[in-house]
Design a protein around this ligand. Structure first.
Ligand code: DC
Length: 217
């Protein structure tokens, strides 16, 4: 049976998570936040002070980690029996994930874990290479982007709302560094699939982006 898939790829902070969850909810489909798989592996590596150049160790950690996703209104991620949801969004975890994600051997181990999410009645998958590598068969592919400045401002606002001290120019630098690493890596770089529709969310509300994606299905 052909399970319908919508892929939503793009740089960090473009709104992929919020949009993907909302679309999955409206359609009653499953949701894959592939970044959280890379982030979970980053947490494994950080917790055992792994040398991030030790590919063999990273591959072992990726193979052995047991991940459970509970998706309701929000996503809960359990790593080896421990709830790591609150640790996932930090910049340290994000940039470590981005470094680890550059290794083809690590990506190969995580590939099947992502494919396993493709279950009936359908899947909305968000990440960097959902449309170009993991689910090339998807009928609907979106590349969701926004300017680095806009994404930095959104992140800055989110942190302020949480009462976390933040520096806008540092956030912009972090975002640009991550974009560069994710786009320039040799394996599965961040790039729009040839058959993807690009949506620039810089001047759109979340509701407008959700409506634009729904109109493509
Ligand atoms: O989407 P995110 O910010 O949670 O992803 C964190 C990092 O994981 C991102 O900088 C690169 C990596 N990643 C990837 O290489 N491929 C994916 N499909 C998803 C994330």
């Amino acid at each position: 049976m052909n399970i319908p898939i919508i892929t939503i790829d793009g740089p960090s902070g473009a709104g992929k998570g919020t949009v993907s969850r909302a679309v999955a909810k409206q359609l009653g489909w499953h949701y894959l936040d592939s970044g959280s798989i890379y982030r979970a592996l980053a947490i494994c590596a950080l917790d055992c002070s792994a040398d991030l150049d030790n590919i063999k160790l990273l591959v072992t950690l990726a193979t052995d980690m047991r991940l459970v996703f509970q998706c309701d209104d929000s996503l809960v991620v359990i790593l080896d029996g421990v709830d790591i949801t609150e640790r996932l969004p930090t910049e340290e975890v994000g940039s470590t994930a981005s470094k680890i994600a550059a290794y083809p051997d690590v990506r190969a181990v995580l590939l099947q874990k992502q494919k396993d999410f493709c279950q009936s009645p359908g899947l909305v998958a968000d990440g960097r290479d959902m449309g170009t590598v993991v689910f090339t068969q998807a009928k609907t592919k979106v590349f969701l982007t926004a300017s680095a400045m806009e994404r930095a401002e959104r992140r800055f606002k989110q942190l302020k709302e949480k009462g976390i001290d933040a520096n806008l120019s540092q956030i912009t630098k972090d975002i640009e560094a991550r974009d560069k690493r994710d786009s320039e890596r040799k394996t599965a770089p961040l790039i729009a699939a040839e058959d993807a529709t690009t949506i620039d969310s810089s001047n759109l509300s979340i509701e407008e982006v959700i409506a634009a994606v729904m109109a493509l299905t």
